[in-house]
Structures are given as structure tokens and as C-alpha cells.
Design a protein. Structure first.
Length: 259
């Protein structure tokens, strides 16, 4: 196991231990309204761009809680891969809540998932690749290219570095390095994320021989802690339309490339 994978395994095992405890204690899938809105948007985008909603095989790499794939509610068999055991336990718990039966989880290295070639109709990976270097991402894309069917669809999402949520997480990370007391400020801190631009990603996809079809911006453009009524007002009055390029996630929709 290389240093990057070991680092992420330790971090996300701790994170999803806390997340699973929160879900069981509160009985709620989402910790905040922001995340509910984000996942509704993401699920909608994946369903809209998927070529068929029936009898699909769906792979989620670096699945975490599994929300990115499981909440799509596609008629599908789900295969979830993560290196963190607590992430898989969280995904399995979510599948029970949602009543999803056709699910298999694998605690494996995403760079060498050992799954069958040309097997999946849909591959989803959200919030994974930005934690790795460009050569590592190219290696992961090669693995995705190996397992996706010729007519399959790939959804790769990374936090939008222009979003307020990303900027705040970056600011808190820098602040914590200077002031110990700043750690009392609530909110996520970036730990290993890299601010890949769209031009960076297009270059990576070209080198990986993946065909980029479309780019979308998903989720609210506001801070994660923004009150529910403000998020709803922003949508109701069309304010989101002016700031859509600042939405939380940049979602790349791709197809299999041939080497």
C-alpha cells in the first residue's frame, strides 16, 4: 500500500466511524440540508445522463457512504469499492435504510480493484481523485477504462475550487496552522485535496484516453452551513442561475476511450 492510499485510509476510516454513529443516533441520512440538496442534484444528474435506468451494473469507486450511487434509485446491481472498512459499513447501513438488496461491497485499493473487465454500465467516483497526484489519477482512469463497457457512462466529480464551500475549507486549513483556537470553528478542513482546474482535468482525461462528453456543476453554491431557508430562497428566485459555476461539485461525464 503506497503512502497516499494509507493516508486516505486512516483519514476516512475515522471520518466514517463518526458518520455512521451520527446516522444511527439521529436516524437521518444527511447531517445538513445543504448535503440533502447536493445529493438530490447529483442523483438527478447521474440519472439524466445515464443511457438506461434498468438492469444496470453500477460501480462506485472510493464510495465512502455510497450516497453518490445508491441515492440514484436506478434499477441496478451496485458494486461499491473503498479502502476504508468504516466507509463500507456506512454504505451497507445506507443500503438497508433504502431497501437496496443488489449490493456488493469490496475493501480494495481503487487503483487495483480486481473486478472484471468491460463489466459495468456506469462507473461513479465522487470526491476521490482530487486527493491524488496527476500520475495517480491517470492510473485510476486506466482502471476505470478497463472495467467500463464500450457504451458505458463514467461520472467523475471533484469539489469545485471556485465554490464557497471549498474556499472556506481551504481557509480553515490555513487558519488552523496559525491559531490553535481556530479549531473550534465548525466546518470541514481540506486535508489532501488538490485544486485541479477544468483545463487540468481535460489534460488528464486526454492522457488517460477517456472521452469527455460534458461538464456539469452540481449542488448549492453557498457555504455548507447556510440555513435551509436561504438555500431555498436562492433557488426559488433563480439566484443559483447566476452562480452555477460556483456550485459545490464539478461533474465530468465521460465515455470509454480506446487505446
Amino acid at each position: 500500500m503506497n503512502a497516499s492510499i494509507k493516508r486516505e485510509k486512516i483519514y476516512w476510516n475515522r471520518h466514517f466511524h463518526e458518520e455512521l454513529l451520527r446516522m444511527k443516533k439521529s436516524g437521518e441520512i444527511f447531517s445538513q440540508y445543504y448535503w440533502m440538496q447536493y445529493h438530490q442534484d447529483l442523483a438527478g444528474a447521474i440519472k439524466d445522463k445515464s443511457k438506461s435506468h434498468k438492469n444496470r451494473t453500477v460501480l462506485e469507486l472510493g464510495c465512502g457512504s455510497g450516497k453518490a450511487s445508491l441515492l440514484t434509485n436506478l434499477e441496478a446491481s451496485y458494486y461499491l469499492v473503498d479502502i476504508a472498512e468504516n466507509a463500507l459499513q456506512t454504505a451497507e447501513y445506507l443500503s438497508e435504510i433504502l431497501g437496496i438488496k443488489k449490493i456488493k461491497t469490496f475493501r480494495r485499493d481503487v487503483f487495483n480493484n480486481k473486478l472484471s473487465p468491460n463489466f459495468f454500465d456506469i462507473v461513479v467516483s465522487i470526491g476521490l481523485i482530487e486527493h491524488y497526484t496527476s500520475p495517480e489519477i491517470i492510473k485510476l482512469c486506466a482502471e476505470i477504462n478497463r472495467v467500463i463497457k464500450d457504451q458505458g457512462t463514467i461520472f467523475l466529480g471533484i469539489p469545485n475550487y471556485r465554490s464557497l464551500a471549498y474556499q472556506k475549507a481551504n481557509f480553515l486549513k490555513r487558519l488552523d496552522k496559525k491559531f490553535i483556537i481556530s479549531k473550534i470553528i465548525p466546518g470541514y478542513r481540506n486535508h489532501s485535496e488538490k485544486p485541479y482546474s477544468e483545463s487540468d482535468m481535460r489534460k488528464i482525461f486526454r492522457l488517460s484516453k477517456l472521452n469527455l462528453i460534458e461538464t456539469e456543476y452540481v449542488g448549492p453554491w453557498l457555504f455548507v452551513e447556510t440555513p435551509k431557508f436561504i438555500i431555498k430562497l436562492s433557488r426559488s428566485f433563480g439566484i443559483d442561475n447566476y452562480f452555477y459555476k460556483n456550485n459545490f461539485l464539478t461533474l465530468y461525464i465521460l465515455e470509454k476511450g480506446h487505446r
